[in-house]
Design a binder for this molecule. Structure first.
Ligand SMILES: [Zn+2]
Length: 343
């Protein structure tokens, strides 16, 4: 370890907490990861401190010597207060996580960020976006999210909630009561017609279940044999509740028409939205990742085709599209490096 000490980075998701001791160069010196036993805020704060101490022990460094701790949280973070305004995966609303942590680690400077802001900062500092001042990271996994760097600075917005790419509306008639037949799909945020409601892994699976039901009913009504989503259903042993985006991807490869149609539609919607984002923000690099896209070269290709189609030509020409380099480490590394800057 170098003279300039180390900081701790934490990645808090809805299921797991990860902590890592990170040096100035973004190297992980020690890490810990465990499942959350409870989502009650005080218990989660305890779990964060415990994981951080375990990571320090793994690195052979005393916890008390950390120069700062950065915590990336899956949720909307209020600027200035470190309050989690809304964290759907944790079931949190208005949780003062900064206060809860400060009470447990009074001597260590704390920094709270959105998890994707932390991830984009990790990629920007030591990953596939190293040295890129206008960078956009889009991750499509269980949900859809983004992180943005502009002019070399992390973009968090006026109140801290910028970058909620998954909640861009892609269905303008979603709320029109005169067009109930076109009602947009319901999103986890409570609104209708969000990109994530179609393209997030969890919602893709729900979309497939709905389409299976509708397709089967239509075939039955027409007196035809029920074949809708047959291969997908076979892959999940006939249990629609077991459908996942990964199962849809496998089914699509086996020629399942329904899976292929929904995955392709989701990819086009991501590309359409991302193309518009390119037109507005003019990034020089976009990193496309997350479990759903990492698992599907075909979807990634379709996303890029849609970006080519919808982004302004000049913005598209200035932008290269690649994949993130740090994988699951981006969040902890970025959070630790953000804490270093803040300290
Ligand atoms: Zn939404």
């Amino acid at each position: 370890m170098r003279q300039d000490g180390f900081t701790i980075g934490v990645d808090l998701g809805g299921t797991n907490v990860r902590a890592a001791v990170v040096d100035e160069q973004g190297h992980i010196l020690g890490a810990d990861r465990h499942r959350l036993q409870s989502r009650e805020p005080p218990q989660v704060a305890e779990a964060i401190v415990r994981a951080s101490k375990t990571a320090c022990a793994a690195a052979g460094i005393p916890f008390a010597e950390a120069r700062g701790m950065g915590v990336g949280v899956a949720g909307m973070i209020q600027k200035g207060t470190g309050m989690v305004l809304n964290g759907p995966n944790l079931g949190w609303r208005d949780v003062p996580i900064l206060k809860l942590l400060a009470a447990r680690t009074p001597k260590i400077p704390l920094f709270i960020a959105n998890d994707l802001s932390a991830a984009v900062w990790g990629e920007r500092m030591v990953g596939a976006g190293k040295g890129v001042d206008d960078l956009l990271v889009v991750l499509v996994g269980t949900g859809v999210g983004s992180g943005m760097v502009q002019g070399g600075r992390l973009v968090t917005g006026g109140s801290g909630v910028a970058g909620e790419f998954g909640h861009i509306k892609i269905n303008p008639v979603a709320f029109d009561p005169s067009k109930p037949s076109q009602a947009g799909r319901l999103c986890g945020c409570g609104m209708r017609g969000c990109l994530e409601a179609y393209a997030g892994g969890q919602n893709l699976a729900a979309w497939a279940r709905d389409d299976l039901r509708i397709g089967a009913a239509a075939q039955r009504a027409a007196g035809q044999p029920v074949t809708a989503g047959k291969r997908l259903l076979e892959l999940v042993n006939g249990d629609p509740e077991k459908i996942t985006a990964a199962a849809m991807e496998r089914a699509a490869h086996l020629g399942d028409e329904l899976s292929r149609r929904l995955l392709d539609e989701a990819a086009r919607l991501i590309g359409f939205s991302l193309g518009n984002l390119l037109t507005v923000l003019n990034p020089t690099k976009v990193l496309l990742g997350g479990g759903v896209l990492a698992n599907s070269p075909r979807m990634t290709r379709l996303v890029i085709e849609a970006v080519d189609l919808y982004a302004s030509k000049v913005a598209r020409a200035a932008c290269s599209i690649g994949a993130p380099a740090l994988g699951d480490d981006a969040g902890v590394v970025g959070a630790a490096l953000l804490a270093r800057e803040a300290a």
